[in-house]
Design a protein around this ligand. Structure first.
Ligand code: PLP
Length: 436
């Protein structure tokens, strides 16, 4: 059959990103997706599932939007791609840059385009180091990130650099609000003091940690982080790769905290996955410093920086987010999600904690709600496959923890949210019966 043929070819030739390579060798792909429509994905056997993760937190406007196919066709026919190196440009990239400047927090008014989140973070890190070189402070090369943070995998060029300071990464303690009570920014201050403020280029942070298990900072956290960065003259980088473009119920995650970073990385939701695009936005002050202080060429650029077709898709995607009030829907459905999760927590003893900000949700799995004792091995992968059997795609986060994460498309309706919660309810009931 077709399924058997594709499975065999996949096993033999396709190295999957972020996968258990040995398991993949043994079993082959679990689902070969053939179609997407709205919040649903259908595999080649005809099985229809709710895409409770918006695939990888990114398909914000849902699958199968013909408007985007039309824009892609139109732009591809006219001009799919041209180099934007040096003085070349194109209208979709220019219009998208202007649109992003209009909607981004603070005075983040200039953008450098990439093809995704990892490249955006690579760029932000390199450019912040470059900034300090230009400012005559070459010792400021270290980047502080938070433990449990995920910023992607493309640190290749930078990590491969032989000079040790260019590879120096250091973590501030984890903002784990479940196991560590009262996380405060004082830990960040202590880290800066320990490393030496004059050696630090930037602090990079996700507004809400995604792959770390949907960890939501308390209300004043980022204001205090901003104040500490200012006090020590450290650049603040917000990685809005997941949180951007409505995911959290505001256009950008930092909007919840009324804080503007110096540098902001985005990707995923900028095109809702319809094209590969990311970027980095810089404050006016930084942009001006690059202009004033750069004596030579900015030796950083991707072939696909400012890709015409990708930019035209992003423009249409943002237009749809605005036209259909998807940020408001994310907020409204986000409170339904949180209510649903709280209902599940009351009912099921293996749920230790639930959290959500907009349509980014997490369910912490524990053996014992009182002692917070965890399962070994983690139970969440089992819950994921049980939910899958019932037509719901979610993800397990098991690095150092046991959490289910959810991130449905921003177009989700109340009945569909209820359906998701019902499937989760059944899933927990079945697994609890199994382990008791
Ligand atoms: N930053 C964050 C917060 C992410 O969640 C991700 C991917 O999940 C990335 C960066 C990396 O983005 P990409 O996979 O597009 O390179």
């Amino acid at each position: 059959t077709l399924v058997e043929e594709l499975k065999a070819l996949d096993k033999k030739h396709f190295i999957h990103p972020t996968s258990s390579i040995s398991q993949q060798q043994e079993k082959g792909p679990n689902m070969i997706i053939a179609e997407g429509k709205g919040i649903y994905l259908t595999d080649i056997t005809g099985k229809k599932m709710i895409d409770g993760m918006s695939s990888l937190w990114n398909v914000n406007i849902g699958h199968g939007r013909e408007e985007l196919a039309e824009v892609a066709k139109e732009q591809m026919t006219k001009l799919a791609f041209n180099s934007c190196f040096s003085s070349f440009s194109n209208e979709p990239a220019i219009r998208l840059a202007a649109k992003l400047a209009q909607i981004a927090p603070g005075d983040l008014n200039a953008v450098f385009f990439t093809s995704g989140g990892s490249e955006s973070n690579d760029t932000a890190i390199k450019m912040s180091r470059h900034y300090w070189l230009l400012k005559g402070q070459p010792n400021r090369q270290k980047i502080i990130s938070r433990s449990k943070s995920y910023h992607g995998v493309a640190m290749g060029a930078t990590s491969a650099t032989g000079l040790k300071p260019f590879r120096d990464f250091t973590n501030s303690p984890s903002p784990d609000f479940y196991y560590v009570d009262g996380f405060s920014v004082e830990a960040l201050r202590a880290k800066i003091e320990q490393e030496g403020p004059e050696t630090i280029a930037a602090f990079i942070t996700e507004p809400v940690q995604g792959a770390g298990g949907v960890n939501i900072a308390p209300e004043n956290y980022f204001k205090e982080v901003r104040a500490i960065c200012d006090e020590y003259g450290i650049l603040m980088i917000a990685d809005e790769v997941i949180t951007g473009f409505g995911r959290t119920g505001k256009l950008f995650g930092m909007n919840h905290y009324e804080v503007a970073p110096d540098i902001m990385c985005f990707a995923k939701g900028v095109t809702s996955g319809y094209a590969q695009l990311g970027g980095v936005m810089f404050s006016d002050a930084l942009h001006q410093a690059f202009i004033d202080l750069s004596q030579g060429t900015l030796l950083h650029g991707y072939t696909y920086s400012g890709h015409a077709m990708a930019c035209s898709i992003a423009l249409k995607n943002i237009e749809i987010i605005e036209r259909e009030n998807l940020v408001e829907n994310s907020k409204a459905m986000g409170s339904e999600l949180l209510k649903g999760l709280q209902y599940l927590q009351e009912k099921h003893s293996i749920i230790g904690d639930v959290r959500a900000l907009g349509l980014m949700g997490g369910i912490q799995i524990v053996k014992d709600q009182q002692t917070k004792e965890a399962f070994h091995p983690p139970l969440s992968p089992k819950l994921v496959s049980e939910a899958e059997k019932r037509g719901l795609i979610i993800r397990a986060v098991t690095f150092d923890q046991d959490t289910l994460v959810l991130s449905p498309p921003l177009i989700i309706k109340k009945e569909e949210m209820n359906k998701m919660i019902d499937i989760l309810d059944e899933t927990f009931t079945v697994i609890e019966a199994e382990i008791n």
